[in-house]
Design a binder for this molecule. Sequence first.
Ligand code: BEZ
Length: 192
Amino acid sequence: MSFNTIEHNRTRQNFDGVSSIWLFGYGSLIYKVDFPFLEKRPASIRDWERRFWQGSHDHRGTPGAPGRVVTLIESPGARCKGMAYRVSPKVFEHLDVREKNGYLRFATTMTFDDGSHGEGLVYIATEDNDAFLGHAPDADIARQIAGATGPSGANSEYLLRLADSLRKLGAECPHTFAIEDHLRSATENPSR
Ligand code: BEZ
């Protein structure tokens, strides 16, 4: 199942005359930086929460056994910590392909750790995309992640690398850390 967003994203923002733009990363963009950037700063965005609610049929799973990756869910008052990169608009040509399974670029305001603000873009997979899976209990999400592997590798590696990166950033993300705990205890006690 796939919802290819490449063409849709190309029409969403006009980069004419723009030499650089901030990109907010909250998932694999924190640790998989396979694009050039001009500057990198820890940052957060308000009123959004990270959730493992997006299916991955193309990177961390397959159509028969989709994995789960993160998207953002609106949550008034919440704060999602991540990493901001100042990039050339050309970088989106690469990222639109990398994140083509349901993610659209949205404008957002981000707050850097020194309290200053920047305007930029963030990729979000909204609930109307075909690959959206939505809420499930943490233990079920961990089980699904444990059983999924795709062309980009094991879904468990994605979860563990993201959790490690969030700890290094000092980010509070009870959702990610709870799923990580379930995955680790299932791996350490396989009969449970
Ligand atoms: C991110 O890390 O910000 C990201 C997550 C999913 C798709 C695209 C970007």
